[in-house]
Ligand binder design. Sequence first.
Ligand code: PEP
Length: 254
Amino acid sequence: MDKERKLVIAGNWKMNKTVAEALALVRTLRRELGTVKEVDVIVCPPYTALSDVSKEIIDSNIRLGAQNMSENNFGAFTGEIAAGMLKEFSVRYVILGHSERRQFQNESDELIAKKTLAAHTASLKPIVCVGETLAQREGGETEKVVETQLRGCLHGLTKQQMEETILAYEPVWAIGTGKTATSQQAQEVHAFIRKVIASMFDANTARHVRIQYGGSVKPSNARELMGQPDVDGALVGGASLDDRSFVDIIKNSI
Ligand code: PEP
């Protein structure tokens, strides 16, 4: 598949996988995806598996991501993990502002903006998630919601930091529900996101930013979604827990 931007496909394992299970999964990914050059492949295990997974994928084409981080660098923040600590395990990416964290940990755009800047300061590439709920979509508010999230989470970035940020459009109603946005719905919002980035930064920056789609991506819908001009990859939850599904999503996207 000829794409303007290199595809980036990340697996968000959420709160799943023991160390042994994580290692079994990445061993298969490493074997099956060893020759894939067309896609940047990222796995985001829970913190407890980062160290072992990091050693397992060393010298491979699979990169490591975390699922969250603190906006602070160190100090009295019980239970938090700083960007510098992630870097000790060769983590290169970090998911920020996932809808589950917005919902269950009350993360605001303002907090996500601080985390995004802190990630860049530590040379971690953030994957910043945005997306509307079902009620917001049905109320015709998708663009307003997504634009507010983008402006709230990305202000203060330089153009270069913006280019190095990955965005993930994840309609909340499609996450873990089996309901995927149609490729047309995804393309419409992705094109809109690029327009907002152009107005916040400039057209050139917007052209370079990679925008993933997330929400019940599976092997059977990956090709059509990735075939959309403004869809530059996927953030995969459930289907990334199964080696065969994740491998097939990547192979079907090429
Ligand atoms: C996600 O949580 O980022 C996600 C897209 O989940 P799923 O693929 O299970 O819908």
